[in-house]
Design a protein around this ligand. Structure first.
Ligand SMILES: NC(=O)c1ccc[n+]([C@@H]2O[C@H](COP(=O)([O-])OP(=O)(O)OC[C@H]3O[C@@H](n4cnc5c(N)ncnc54)[C@H](OP(=O)(O)O)[C@@H]3O)[C@@H](O)[C@H]2O)c1
Length: 257
């Protein structure tokens, strides 16, 4: 049976980087199925990757109909999904009351509903030993005024991933939630660019290559969380130790300074 990886959000940023690194590291894969809306970008990726055959699946995974299409293809081909990467996601950094209903619903649909749906659809094809990567964020560690729905959606991803990891222990399937701070991808530009970012975050912008390399290593080591960089690790520890009200106050002061 076909040894396959399925990657969502593959047309850009970390999803695309996962495809590149999976192809290099696991060149014995038969196919990598790449999912995103922009077919042209997926075709470019197919041209670029030499080690493994890439199959573009241009789908809008916020639509139930498109999730159905993936389910049908899987039902026909019955691949063995050895890697599933849920990287599709979006962020809107704006006060809740000033964000449109459409944007809020799209963000929760993509970051939570689609990620959960894709996982449910792919899981029957994941054999023992397979690995699932969920792109969460360091934003999951503490509530973020001005970025509240996004941070909450990522807290959902972490909570869901950790529970699923436990549930799937007996099938020896590893689920890893990836929790980076800011990463240099088009995602940052869509949120208004690095200039709009609070100054204290700028020195900690990671490259997609670093984040993905660490995630693949952490998945192979059986870790349920992948937290890249010492600053984000300290942030995670701080968010556990300190009252969130204090952290929120510190964040406000740092943003103003
Ligand atoms: N960059 C950061 O600073 C950062 C930090 C922490 C966590 N994250 C998380 O990491 C993940 C990847 O982010 P990134 O930085 O790589 O962002 P990105 O470069 O903006 O990529 C987002 C991907 O999601 C796809 N996508 C968006 N809407 C879709 C839809 N309706 N259906 C199918 N695919 C869709 C996009 O493809 P199309 O436009 O072609 O559909 C694109 O491939 C996200 O979940 C994000 O929340 C990012």
């Amino acid at each position: 049976m076909m040894k396959t990886a399925v990657v969502t959000g593959a047309s850009s940023g970390m999803g695309r980087e996962f495809v590149r690194q999976l192809a290099l590291k696991y060149s014995w894969l038969d196919e990598i199925w790449v999912i995103a809306r922009r077919a042209g970008e997926l075709e470019k990726l197919k041209e670029e990757i030499r080690e493994v055959s890439v199959r573009p699946l241009p789908l809008d995974i916020s639509r139930e109909e498109d999730l159905g299409k993936l389910k049908t293809i899987l039902g026909k081909e019955k691949p063995r999904i050895l890697f599933l990467v849920n990287a599709a996601g979006m962020g809107i950094q704006k006060e809740f009351a000033r964000t449109s209903l459409e944007d809020i619903l799209m963000m929760t649909k993509l970051n939570c509903t689609a990620l959960t749906g894709i996982t449910r659809i792919c899981l029957p094809y994941c054999p023992e030993g397979s690995r699932i990567f969920m792109l969460a964020s360091a934003a999951a560690f503490v509530p973020q005024p001005g970025f509240g729905v996004y941070a909450a959606s990522k807290a959902y991803v972490v909570s869901f991933s950790r529970a699923l990891n436990r549930e799937l222990k007996n099938r020896r399937i590893q689920v890893t939630a990836v929790c980076p701070g800011p990463v240099d991808t088009p995602f940052l530009e869509k949120m208004g660019g690095k200039d709009r970012m609070p100054a204290y975050k700028k020195p900690f912008i990671a490259s997609p290559r670093q984040v993905v390399r660490k995630a693949l290593r952490d998945g192979a080591r059986g870790r349920e969380l992948s937290v890249p960089g010492i600053f984000i690790k300290c942030l995670k520890a701080g968010c556990k130790l300190l009252p969130h009200s204090l952290i929120l106050k510190l964040m406000e002061e740092k943003s103003d300074s």
